[in-house]
Design a protein around this ligand. Structure first.
Ligand code: VGL
Ligand code: ZN
Length: 257
């Protein structure tokens, strides 16, 4: 039984004491830290998120992420990379080389960046169009040089199939193929996943939703994530919370792991 203060809140120190001396011993959490797509193109390259509607600065995630990496001992650390071939389906400049489905309201005549088109396929493929970004083995697809890469961490590459996009770090958008993340997490018997990075409302959000669906305890790091659209960031947070995920800031991580 926790003591509560006059606001009805549990004393955080008491909670941390119980967590470390009782709960952790019973629950035996195994924690993974997943840093999503902190790559040059999203921070200052061709898909610089500061040019998107929310006008956020992707470089601001680096310092809080580095601090977590320096102070918290996770059982596993993963860095995902958006890793596209040159002919990738999501690049707006590749649109003309693909067949549009007759129901697509957006066509080559009226297309604008960030629009969603429908390509022919079985079933037809809904695809949001982005500027060419994170092309394999280019500067834009490299992790930002100031991001700390810890020893024994693993890199997870996604979006490598030219014909299907991949927002979640678990599966492509059609759920045809899983990445190495799934197998690595099973190998480690991970129970808890801390997720952050770029873009909050695209790949970070999709990854958190999948983590919750698989059954991981999922913790989203709000101050270590930046996104494209404020409304979509809000939707992401609501979805995560509704599915029993939690959203915290970086200064709360150390006490939990
Ligand atoms: C991403 C747009 C296109 C992301 C990847 O990493 O959030 N966004 N490809
Ligand atoms: Zn991409």
């Amino acid at each position: 039984v926790f003591d509560v203060n006059s606001n009805g809140l549990i004393d955080p120190n008491e909670f941390i004491f119980c967590w470390n001396h009782w709960i952790k011993i019973i629950v035996r959490p195994i924690s993974a830290f997943l840093i999503v797509d902190v790559q040059n193109d999203f921070i200052s390259g061709t898909l610089n998120i500061s040019n998107c509607s929310a006008q956020q600065n992707g470089s601001e995630v680096i310092q809080p992420i580095n601090r977590i990496l320096e102070t918290v001992n996770f059982d596993a650390v993963f860095y995902s990379l958006d890793w596209h071939p040159s002919n990738h389906i999501s690049f707006i400049d590749n649109m003309s080389s693909r067949d549009l489905h007759p129901t697509s309201k957006v066509t080559s005549d009226n297309v604008q960046i960030y629009d969603t088109v429908i390509f022919n396929g079985n079933p037809p493929i809904r695809q949001r169009l982005w500027p060419r970004h994170c092309v394999q083995d280019t500067w834009g697809s490299e992790l930002h040089k100031d991001l700390k890469v810890v020893e024994n961490s693993l890199k997870v590459y996604k979006g490598t199939n030219p014909d299907v996009d991949s927002y979640s770090v678990f599966w492509d958008n059609k759920k045809m193929t899983d990445t190495t993340l799934c197998a690595q997490l099973r190998l480690k018997n991970a129970t808890d996943i801390y997720i952050c990075g770029l873009a909050y409302d695209v790949c970070v959000g999709a990854t958190a939703v999948d983590a919750l669906a698989i059954g991981y305890r999922t913790i989203l790091l709000d101050d270590c994530s930046r996104g494209v659209d404020l409304k979509d960031i809000e939707k992401t947070k609501n979805t995560v919370t509704k599915n029993n995920g939690i959203i915290i800031n970086s200064d709360q991580v150390k006490a939990m792991v």
